[in-house]
Design a protein around this ligand. Structure first.
Ligand SMILES: [Zn+2]
Length: 123
């Protein structure tokens, strides 16, 4: 695993989400990578993020890909207030309550293999 992906995972494991931040164009970057996808410079710093966002889109998963999650469950694209979009499960939300634009916040859970996994729950 590359160093920047390990940093992301280590921060999650310690209970916080940190994302790369481009010092040249001053935008957050996700997923972790070597160069900024907007300006192609490589001066990427790390900063903690709020964990707040809104649901951009979602789907209902009916066949589980991860043993921790029992279908049906919600898998969504979440727009963080920092301007990045990430895919994650939505928990603590009934299937008839989920909607595009719903405010959510980050929750970090530990998978069965102890790897930290970011999910979101309704605000
Ligand atoms: Zn940049």
């Amino acid at each position: 695993m590359s160093g920047y992906k390990q940093i992301f995972k280590d921060k999650l494991q310690s209970g916080q989400m940190w994302l790369q931040y481009c010092l040249d164009c001053q935008r957050f970057v996700y997923y972790p990578r070597e160069r900024c996808p907007y300006c192609w410079q490589d001066r990427l710093d790390w900063q903690p993020v709020s964990g707040l966002g809104t649901v951009h889109s979602y789907t209902i998963v009916r066949v589980s890909a991860l043993p921790e999650f029992h279908p049906p469950y919600i898998y969504a694209l979440v727009d963080l207030t920092e301007g990045v979009r990430m895919a994650a499960n939505i928990e603590e939300c009934s299937l008839d309550r989920i909607q595009v634009g719903m405010p959510v916040h980050l929750k970090i859970i530990n998978r069965e293999d102890n790897a930290a996994l970011p999910i979101f729950i309704p605000v």
